[in-house]
Design a protein. Structure first.
Length: 95
């Protein structure tokens, strides 16, 4: 079980690195220079400052409905969100 989890963590880390690279590049290319500071600060707020709130909510959900069910439901939510975002042509093309 541990080797499989380690492998999944490696894949997750790779995915996070690729996402971060694409995200930061997109911000720099698509956000006007005069608004970049404000957009970047909101990005940091959403990315880092709200993490503890997410930990509290996920911990509470895991306590109420169980850890495995929480992971499955949140994974489904992430996949649905990704599908919805990719269904918008301008997002797929970075217009």
């Amino acid at each position: 079980m541990a080797p499989a989890l380690i492998g999944l963590m490696v894949i997750e880390g790779f995915g996070i690195m690729i996402f971060g690279l694409i995200w930061e590049t997109s911000l720099q290319e698509l956000v006007p220079e005069e608004a970049f500071g404000r957009v970047a600060s909101l990005d940091m707020l959403g990315s880092f400052a709200l993490l503890p709130l997410g930990y509290v909510v996920v911990g509470w959900l895991a306590t109420v409905i169980g850890g495995e069910i929480t992971i499955i439901k949140l994974a489904i939510l992430v996949l649905i969100t990704i599908g919805m975002a990719l269904s918008v042509p301008s997002i797929r093309r970075f217009d």
